[in-house]
Design a protein around this ligand. Sequence first.
Ligand code: SIN
Ligand code: FE2
Length: 225
Amino acid sequence: MRNDDTPVTLDLFAEQAPTTPGQVEQIGQQAFVLRGFALPWLERLLPALENVLQAAPFRQMVTPGGFTMSVALSSCGALGWTTDRSGYRYTAHDPQTGRPWPDMPTVFRELAQAAARQAGFEAFEPDACLINRYVPGARMSLHQDKNERSLDAPIVSMSLGLPAVFQFGGFARSDKSLRIPLFHGDIVVWGGVDRLRYHGVLPLKEGQHPRLGAQRINLTFRTAG
Ligand code: SIN
Ligand code: FE2
């Protein structure tokens, strides 16, 4: 774990993933990094992801402030998170096609539930999976996930492709944040007393991932409705 005063060295990324699959790192009272947790699921996960993206391709959305997000988004499940000039919200339909968002694949739900359970959250029933695509330079500024109707359920967030530095902060934007390198297959779960922590992703570094190329894809599962 690092804080904002500690520079993240570049050779952090020289190795593919200098972490041990199966390792669990506690980053808050009810917040954990599950290293490599998704790796055994990838042969089922990646084809399902491809299907979802065929039905609901990545698109760049505009924030209420009028900025185009550097991260491209898609969604699956009953509800999809969207943003435009009039605000952030969950919708049952893809605003781009007018069709319902693609169903959440069974493998997505099962993996998210297994990760939640490993982090101490039983009976997680996600109804929304936000799919974020980062290309080099793309970033996600510090924010809280608070558009969900109930805050009882945790957030389950999976990393695929290029590594990124995840910021995990406090309950005010200005609080110090940990900087946590995340690699292909890692899952972060936070909920309970840590549910409203600020978090973000530093600009993605250039690179080529053997499986996913020059991008990072993040799947974020939530109970939104
Ligand atoms: C998010 O907070 O929506 C994305 C986090 C990540 O990409 O790891
Ligand atoms: Fe978030």
